[in-house]
Design a binder for this molecule. Sequence first.
Ligand SMILES: [Zn+2]
Ligand SMILES: [Zn+2]
Length: 362
Amino acid sequence: MGHPERRILGGMTHTSVSAYAAPAPKAPLERITIPRRELGAHDILIDIKYAGICHSDIHTVRAEWGDDGAFPIVPGHEIAGVVAEVGAEVTRYRAGDRVGVGCFVDSCRECANCLAGLEQYCTGELGNVGTYNATGRDGETTYGGYSTHIVVDENYALRIPESIPLDAAAPLLCAGITLYSPLAHWQAGPGKKVAVVGLGGLGHMGVKIAHAMGAEVTVLSQSLRKKDDGLRLGADHYYATSDPATFEELAGTFDLIVNTVSANLDLNAYLGLLRTDGTLVQLGAPENPLPVAAFALIPQRKSIAGSMIGGIQETQEMLDFCGEHGLTADIEVITADRINEAYERVMASDVRYRFVIDTATI
Ligand SMILES: [Zn+2]
Ligand SMILES: [Zn+2]
């Protein structure tokens, strides 16, 4: 891909770049041209190399999470690339640096959460500014990583360690941090028994990271179909949740359960697998409420919690952790013309374990 072309749009100088977008809800994605803002003093221009396909991309372009989408939508919040240019006052990056962008590109920078490095939980007016289908502080719609280039404030970019290939790094920016943050917060480590529910894009990273943290890891999957994979990825045990004996055998076992499944599971059954003071962390977002019996929590002081991605500092910590431990996502790289087909395969759980778009084909 050549260098992006500069032009004037609405009085402001923008750069036109190629992207893949959903033009309307449920419509197939197609190639379009989008504007990227000129470099501000603290902006960096990233030459995107790879973009992961996250399940939430599909929910968003299909308007399954409400009909407030700003179409055309360019999805993509698992971005890996190389810095092409830097703004006048950028200090953190130089041209040629390997960088990533995750689920948000800005936040208020003033609220207690932002000051504590929890930008994902920003309570400012705009909240965290999503990498796509959001409105930035300049009032413009954000476009994601299914594109050749992106302009991002240097404070919202991440450094990708040299030891991690860019294609296999991309999914760490959403799937990786979504699992790393709760595993770190609830202190998965030696002596702790951790269960990962669901072995998909999120779950496979959960197994790798929890194992690398030193925890004893169990996969709870609907069937034993992916058992060999689970054990190869670092799980110590693998059980089928379709077998009622699993819930008897593992009763009272786990310190921590991370649930990556976005279908409605019977949480009461899973709470029965926690030991005293254990926590079940909900990461998947089912459409309907999840009924919980009070007595699934009370007798052994159990907790249910939620967790959403991670802050910038913690995301960098995750990338460095993955770099040190040689952890990457298991990926299937595709050309951009196969995005729609890949969406169908994600819906059918037919990917091990993340599609990554080679953005040179956009
Ligand atoms: Zn995601
Ligand atoms: Zn904030």
